[in-house]
Each structure stands twice: as structure tokens, then as C-alpha cells.
Design a protein around this ligand. Structure first.
Ligand SMILES: CC(C)(COP(=O)(O)OP(=O)(O)OC[C@H]1O[C@@H](n2cnc3c(N)ncnc32)[C@H](O)[C@@H]1OP(=O)(O)O)[C@@H](O)C(=O)NCCC(=O)NCCS
Length: 328
């Protein structure tokens, strides 16, 4: 039986740093408010290019680090809410840019839980034994859908991408061990967090053009309450099912939306701060990139056999957790 094993990580963040200080010259906000409410100090912004630019750079690094030739990749899955175009998929654009001539692939989205849902998608593909070198990339140019006149949202988001290589290994004790994902709108959540325009229900016309509906809209308070419960509950569920505890869990790898949401999940898992991957202070919420970007930054601290709990919450609502045993 094949296990789906993570064998490498690559990442990319653009050079431009948008600080809280600079944001406070654009909207009515300040560093103290943003840090206290979210934990964010700064975020990165891509000045030229698109989501495929971010993703391609992350994958280039991944190929280099894993000593993989472009033609060896046989599957490319792209988690994004900011694809370059509506059609074709960003996977096609990346495939062409990087010459991944033998890879087929596609995009999908599940809000900020996209990368986590992708862990289960790729796990099923790889466990089948049919695919040998699969790339899952989480990439978002959130600045392309952020309204820099809306202080409720523009302080939160940044641009980045990170990618993992997943390969089948026979009877391995390492790899993606267990996943649990959820989708539930609770009769109204769709109105609490969305980007409407360009969807078939919200085609571009003279009226919608004036409504700012191509930007992220969020009712932060409502989302916050659900995110705290959703993420903490699902982490607890997967820990219990796999007999994980604060003593044998090496790292919590949470989606980076708000430091206070992360703290709530950490508290419920009974973990100390040093067991939580955290980079929200530097990058803000990069949507599909947050989780692999954490793996990328903490890679040197990871040890073979470490138990990792990945978790996320996002628009929809969507949420979930994945238990991964690190393989290198
Ligand atoms: C967005 C978020 C940081 C806001 O924090 P909050 O503590 O809920 O803050 P509120 O929205 O209640 O706003 C409190 C006050 O600060 C004000 N405020 C909002 N944004 C502000 C800003 N950037 N700077 C200064 N003041 C701000 C509000 O207008 C409000 O003022 P009022 O009390 O006079 O009306 C928080 O709700 C959050 O993180 N939500 C969840 C995000 C998330 O997980 N998303 C899903 C995954 S992507």
C-alpha cells in the first residue's frame, strides 16, 4: 500500500514590504490596532506579475531542492482564489512557464482552506500509485482583490506562494496519515465572506462596476467566532482519533488569518507557543499560501518522524485538519 509522502517544500514571497505604518497613511488605522487585533506587522505585495508568477517561483525552488526535472512532474494541483484568468486554469499557465510537459493539472478553490483540502485531494491521487511526482501549490495575489479603501480587510492580506512535492512510498510510516475536512454555510455564511464579481451570479455590468464587488468582503466578527470554534474543534477531533497529545505532537501548522484564532486552536490542543508555526507577523493572510509557507520557513527545524497537525478555516465556510508525519 502506498503512502502519500511530502518530500520537499519551496516558497516565494515578493520583495515589496507593505508595513502597518504605510497602511496607516492610506486608511484610518494604526500599527497598535492591527498588531493587537491580528498579530500582523507587515505583508508582501507583488508589484508586477500575477498569481502564476508567485507560484512558478515557488515551484522552481521546489524542483531545485528536490532535484526534480520539469518533465518528471506528473501532476500539478493549484489552490488559489486569485487565478490569473477565469479560463484557462492557472495550472495551464504554470505548466507552460515551467515546461512541465508531462504534468496534467487543474485549479480549485475552497477559500482559505484550499491548501488543506488539497492535502486530501493529492493524498488520494498519490495513494492510488498512478502518480509519482505531484506538486500541490498554494498561491494567491490577494492584493489583486483587496480594497485598499476598506480598513476592515486591507490590513489582513498579502501575496505569496509555496509548494510541496508529494510522492508515493510503499508501506511508509511517514506521510499524510489522516484528514478531516468540512463545508457548511450555516444558512448565511456565504454573505459573511466573499468575492462576488466575475461569478455567474454577479456578471460585470454598469451597476456592479460601482459596487466594489470584485474585492474581498468580510464581516470579520462573524467569521472570527466561527473560525475560533471550527479550527479548535477539528484539531481536537483529529488529535483524539490519532491518539495525539501535547506530548507527541511536534508542531501545529495553522492557517495564518489572525493570531488570536491561532492562539485559540493552540490552547485547545494544550500546546505551548514554541510548538506553533507562526509567520503572520511578516506576511499577513496569504490565503492558500499560509500553510505551505509555514512549512517552508520552519523546514530546517523539522525532524524526520515529527507529528504535524495542519489546520485551516475559510470562506464558505470551509475548515479542516490534516495529520502529517514528516519524512525527512
Ligand atoms: C477582521 C478582524 C481582525 C477585526 O477585529 P475585531 O476585533 O473583530 O474588530 P471589529 O471588526 O469588531 O472592529 C472594532 C472597531 O475597530 C474598528 N476598526 C476596524 N478595522 C480597523 C482598522 N484597520 N484600524 C482601526 N480600527 C479599525 C471598527 O470600525 C470598530 O470600530 P467601532 O467599534 O467604532 O465600530 C477580526 O474580526 C478577524 O480576524 N476576523 C476573522 C478573520 C478570518 O479568520 N477570516 C477567515 C479566514 S480568511
Amino acid at each position: 500500500m502506498y503512502k502519500a509522502v511530502i518530500t520537499g517544500v519551496g516558497g516565494y514571497v515578493p520583495d515589496y514590504i507593505l508595513t502597518n505604518e504605510e497602511l496607516s497613511t492610506i486608511v484610518d488605522t494604526n500599527d497598535e490596532w492591527i498588531v493587537t487585533r491580528t498579530g500582523i506587522k507587515e505583508r508582501r505585495i507583488l508589484k508586477e506579475g500575477a498569481t502564476s508568477t508567485l507560484a512558478s517561483k515557488a515551484i522552481e525552488e521546489l524542483l531545485l531542492k528536490t532535484n526534480t526535472k520539469p518533465e518528471e512532474v506528473d501532476l500539478l494541483i493549484v489552490a488559489t482564489v486569485t487565478g490569473d484568468m477565469r479560463v484557462p486554469s492557472t495550472a495551464n499557465i504554470i505548466q507552460e512557464k515551467l515546461n512541465l510537459v508531462n504534468a496534467w493539472g487543474f485549479d480549485y478553490q475552497a477559500g482559505c482552506s484550499g491548501f488543506l483540502f488539497g492535502i486530501e485531494i493529492v493524498q488520494r491521487f498519490v495513494e492510488s500509485g498512478r502518480y509519482k511526482k505531484c506538486i500541490l501549490v498554494g498561491a494567491d495575489m490577494m492584493s489583486s482583490i483587496t480594497n485598499y479603501k476598506d480598513r476592515n480587510t486591507c490590513i489582513l492580506f498579502g501575496d505569496a506562494a509555496a509548494a510541496i512535492m508529494i510522492e508515493p512510498q510503499e508501506n511508509s510510516e511517514y506521510g499524510i496519515i489522516d484528514t478531516q475536512n468540512y463545508c457548511n454555510s450555516f444558512g448565511g455564511a456565504i454573505e459573511n465572506l466573499n468575492v462576488k464579481r466575475h461569478g455567474s451570479a454577479y456578471p460585470l455590468n454598469a451597476v456592479t462596476e460601482l459596487l466594489d464587488e470584485h474585492y474581498v468582503y468580510q464581516d470579520g466578527k462573524k467569521v472570527f467566532v466561527k473560525a475560533v470554534k471550527g479550527m479548535a474543534d477539528v484539531v481536537e477531533e483529529v488529535m483524539l482519533r490519532n491518539k495525539l497529545s501535547k506530548d507527541n505532537l511536534a508542531w501545529l501548522v495553522p492557517h495564518q488569518a489572525n493570531k488570536r484564532i491561532i492562539d485559540a486552536a493552540r490552547d485547545r490542543a494544550g500546546l505551548t507557543e514554541d510548538k506553533v508555526m507562526l509567520n503572520i507577523q511578516k506576511y499577513g493572510n496569504t490565503t492558500n499560501a499560509t500553510i505551505p509557507l509555514c512549512l517552508w520557513e520552519y523546514e530546517k527545524q523539522l525532524k524526520k518522524g515529527d507529528n504535524l497537525m495542519l489546520c485551516a478555516f475559510g470562506a464558505g465556510y470551509t475548515w479542516g485538519a490534516a495529520y502529517v508525519k514528516w519524512a525527512y
